[in-house]
Design a protein around this ligand. Sequence first.
Ligand SMILES: *[C@@H]1O[C@H](CO)[C@@H](O)[C@H](O)[C@H]1NC(C)=O
Length: 288
Amino acid sequence: MAGTTGKGFYVGMVLGMVMMSSMAASCAANFLQDTELTWGGDRGKVLNGGQLLTLSLDKFSGSGFQSKKQFLFGKIDMDIKLVSGNSAGTVTTFYLSSEGPNHDEIDFEFLGNVSGDPYILHTNVFAQGKGNKEQQFYLWFDPTRNFHKYSIIWKPQHIIFLVDNIPIRVFENEEAKGVPFPKDQAMRMYSSLWNADDWATRGGLVKTDWSKAPFTAYYRNFKATDHFISSSSSSDSFSDSKVQSNEIDANGRRRLRWAQKYFMIYDYCTDLKRFPQGLPPECKRSRF
Ligand SMILES: *[C@@H]1O[C@H](CO)[C@@H](O)[C@H](O)[C@H]1NC(C)=O
């Protein structure tokens, strides 16, 4: 990898420009260039020259988009403004996933609610096709009023979920205890807005109010800072330096404890009813 100091000074003007533009592309993505709308027809829209993307849901369909590139480790950020008003029954997702039968997945799902009642942020990790590692949270702000940043840091040793740069969950690599960890399959970023009123709101008790459709969620500032990119693209190695500070420091651990203490509403690791034979092995560790 080229050094980050002096880059562009000692090369020709044209080469310097090329390098600068490829750096920019790997840092702040443009929805037109870096993602594609994959379903829902014109319910998904890219606006403002690729700076803003909207998804909508009506009686007939939801919609979704995905990154063109695949990643093997990295940091993925997205600013999202969720469906406002009565969003009961709707689910907005932002996740990483590989393809195929034994797929890996790292999930953020936002479960809507009636006006004034809180969204649930649902998180999960799948490795080798198996999930069942849910943690759920309320948010400390109204996610429908403004954009907020949701991030996934994916490294070989752990996965960190962040909300506005506050770590809310750390999933450690516990392969030593026989727990599969997503680290061998490249993943894409996916996002969608769909109807799940059979389970989303109060466990399915509250149905989608279609008289309020279409429902709309807003996306901007998609960033993918990758360690390694599987689709051969050497220019992206310039963004490596950005990922280096992804460990959690003392302040981060304090914030993590704060989020877990005051906002976590479900943790599979404490759900003894669900695991009568004993909690999964990764749960038997000192928690943060
Ligand atoms: C919706 O609001 C109810 C009542 O406050 C709450 O129990 C529930 O957790 C909220 N969120 C969802 C997604 O059901």
